[in-house]
Design a protein around this ligand. Structure first.
Ligand code: DCT
Ligand code: MG
Length: 323
């Protein structure tokens, strides 16, 4: 009965309540399906369950439903921005069963709070054309800051998928390099761009960025954006990428994740190493496969040349939806 209460099956709850009352009123023990079927409110299913409990001390359906509901709650919690499998499990073990329970956690981070407040928004798929509209807003703001800036839409959008989970954007500029390689870094752009877009009311909240810490915090901005006429907060990731690494970044941020995993494995098989900064050869690793020297750069700027260097034919982004 408690399980059906949890999942809001009101009719079943009433059925169980009546059956419990009936059982309480019996003067003789009820031990078999046949005995139970004689009682008001006991059909075949309930009578089978009664007999199972008497005979085995357990109820398979209840064990199953506990598994179901645990998986469902973990799925729900992992849908909160900033909650991964470990946190979800920890909260579950502490008795968290729904978003209201989660909201009152004393250890809730500000990002997770946004994730709960905007749970529905963030878990609604974004139509392709809306992604393109968000892109236009960012692109024109970027162009206003510096007409040399170039923007790209990445992720599932570039792979041609009809609806996207979030909006992945890259901003770059011809001639720029990694900060340790030269002076023409683009880090200042992200700060200016996100500040302007926030003032315009387009960006709603920062979930990771310069002020939120993190290793790459000055080249990456995670947050939410909204189009006035649609009114739904969307997850948006803006990445600043040096022109010298554009190809490797395009490759990485296009995905999908499984395609990335297999192409990286292929690189390793060929004695190379691929990441979002480039394709490298002569990488030196210790016996635990930990990189101790990043190797020599083979290619980073040109996405097609990375395919060539790996010895595989060019794949259009829409051919990279694997798994
Ligand atoms: N990525 C990856 N490995 C991961 C996650 C992401 O290589 N574990 C890369 C590939 C895709 C890109 O980053 C953007 O990631 P997401 O936005 O999470 O995925 P997506 O393919 O854009 O799908 P979605 O429509 O759900 O956003
Ligand atoms: Mg995406």
């Amino acid at each position: 009965m408690e399980y059906y209460k949890q999942i809001n099956e009101i009719w079943r709850v009433q059925g169980y309540r009546k059956a419990i009352n009936t059982l309480r009123q019996q003067k003789q023990p009820v031990r078999t399906k046949q005995d139970a079927l004689k009682l008001p409110g006991f059909g075949h299913q309930l009578s089978d369950k009664l007999e199972e409990i008497v005979k085995t001390g357990k109820l398979t359906r209840l064990i199953e439903s506990k598994k179901d509901s645990r998986a469902a709650v973990l799925g729900l919690l992992e849908g909160i921005f900033g909650v991964g499998p470990n946190t979800a499990r920890e909260w579950y073990n502490d008795g968290v069963r729904n978003l209201s329970n989660a909201r009152v956690r004393p250890d809730l981070t500000p990002q997770q709070r946004v994730g709960i407040d905007r749970y529905h928004d963030f878990n609604t798929r974004i139509p392709r054309n809306e992604v393109a509209q968000h892109f236009s807003v960012v692109e024109s703001a970027a162009r206003n800051i510096d007409s040399g800036l170039r923007c790209f839409i990445m992720g599932s959008y570039r792979r041609g998928v009809q609806t996207c989970g979030d909006i992945d954007l890259i901003v770059t500029k011809p001639g720029t390099k990694r900060i340790e390689e030269g002076e023409k870094s683009l880090m200042w752009v992200l700060q200016k761009l996100t500040t302007q877009l926030t003032a315009m009311g387009f960006l709603k909240v920062c979930l990771l960025g310069k002020d939120k810490g993190g290793k790459d915090s000055n080249s990456k901005w995670y947050g939410a954006s909204m189009l006035e006429d649609i009114g739904i907060w969307r997850r948006i990731d803006i990445l600043i990428v040096p022109w010298s690494e554009l190809g490797a970044s395009l490759l990485y941020f296009t995905g999908n994740d499984l395609f990335n995993r297999s192409i990286r494995m292929l690189a390793v098989k060929k004695g190379m190493s691929l990441n979002q900064h480039g394709l490298f050869k002569d990488v030196i690793r210790d016996k635990n496969w930990k990189k101790i020297h990043r190797g020599t750069l083979v290619e980073a700027h040109d996405e097609r040349k990375i395919f060539e260097a790996l010895g595989i034919k060019w794949l259009e982004p829409k051919e990279r939806n694997v798994g």
